[in-house]
Design a protein around this ligand. Structure first.
Ligand code: ADP
Ligand code: MG
Length: 349
């Protein structure tokens, strides 16, 4: 020890460092789904299929028809801090146009699971490449027949980190998280056909034809889809450029907040300010402890918001909190007012 009963300060070995870092990115199966789907979207996919077993605790598979990778790309992709999305800090400062850029997801997922990746470049002929990684070690790299695009299979998440494995919740709870993540990406990308399967049963499949209404129908069903009201506002002044999307009739509600989906500049966020703005717009029309459905896209100038506060948490830092809140609240309120679903909060006279 360090003397006088103090524990000595020591350098952690590489394996420990890697596993601590992995925990920052990958908390549960839903985080694997998030990272893989973001990679598929960044790869310009038109179709993404997600399949999970036992809530994702036994397996997660994400297949896309994106740009794909050749053999060298595949080898690089699972190394530490490797990315095709930025090259240096000037790219970061200019603003990143992709969902990923840290270059750590595939590497860290591979460190805490058994990962198989198969990929073939779009338009490429001949065979693709298959790569296997177990607990961070590449165990196989070979040519493999596969369609253009990429499929990543992640089995036995946390098999080599029993302490983390122990913190996984029930299959049902883990699946709820997976479903929430898949739903957010489906809603944010109506032009992508995105499907989710659980234990070989289809949960939802969107058409990918670009319509938000039909995407909502696919993920939430007819009752909800038919109660939705269009929000479409472009404030002339203030910090918000536009607020668009769909919100439900005040009587179409659920008991949890899971169905309040907000996106800032296309990115899913869980932001208290935006949720409050939506709820306040209903002006007391909601039953207590009931929450409406909302799929709301808020666009603001890129430099006035920080959506990358933490790789895992989906929080936001705003430059102009109160202006954002009132713009969103009034956009939703006028949509509801136009349908006669709330009473005007303006003083009458
Ligand atoms: P990041 O997304 O931050 O770049 P990742 O570890 O998630 O880091 O991925 C590393 C790299 O692997 C990406 O930059 C990309 O070049 C490549 N890649 C990962 N997934 C796919 C995919 N589904 N299709 C094509 N390329 C991919
Ligand atoms: Mg990524």
């Amino acid at each position: 020890d360090g003397g006088e009963g103090r524990p000595a300060i020591r350098a952690l070995d590489d394996r420990t460092v890697r596993q601590i870092a992995a925990g920052e990115v990958v908390e549960r199966p839903a985080s694997v789904v998030k990272e893989l789907v973001e990679n598929s979207l960044d790869a310009d996919a038109n179709r993404i299929s997600i399949a999970v077993d036992a809530g994702g605790t036994e397996g997660v598979r994400v297949r896309d028809d994106g740009v794909g990778m050749d053999r060298d790309d595949v080898k690089m992709a699972v190394e530490e801090h490797t990315t095709s999305k930025i090259s240096d800090v000037s790219d970061l400062e200019a603003g990143v146009g992709t969902l990923g850029f840290r270059g750590e997801a595939l590497h860290t997922i591979g460190a805490v699971s058994r990962l198989t990746l198969r990929s073939k470049p779009r338009g490429g002929d001949g065979a693709g490449t298959e790569l296997r990684v177990e607990g961070g070690e590449v165990t196989d790299l070979r040519p493999a027949g596969c369609p253009a695009g990429t499929v990543v299979e992640v089995e036995d998440l946390f098999y080599n980190t029993p302490a983390r494995r122990k913190f996984l919740k029930t299959t049902a709870t883990e699946f709820d998280h997976v479903n929430t993540v898949a739903t957010q990406y489906a809603l944010a990308n109506p032009d992508v056909a995105l499907s989710l399967e659980h234990d070989d049963r289809e949960v939802f499949a969107t058409e990918g034809r670009g319509s938000l209404e039909s995407t909502v129908l696919s993920v939430y069903g007819r009752e909800v889809a038919e109660s939705m009201v269009r929000v479409d506002a472009e404030p002339d002044a203030g910090p918000v450029e536009s607020v668009t999307g769909l919100v439900s009739h005040p009587e179409t509600t659920r008991s949890g907040r899971d169905y309040l989906s907000t996106f800032v500049n296309g990115r899913y966020v869980t932001d208290r300010l935006l949720r409050e703005a939506v709820l306040d717009a209903y002006g007391g029309q909601l039953a207590s402890d009931r929450y409406p459905f909302a799929v709301l896209f808020v666009d603001v100038p890129r430099e006035t918001v920080d959506v990358n506060v933490h790789p895992r948490k989906m929080e936001v830092r705003w430059d102009h909190e109160s202006g954002v809140k009132s713009a969103v609240e009034s956009a939703v309120e006028s949509a509801l007012l136009a349908e006669g679903l709330v009473r005007s909060s303006a003083p009458r006279g």
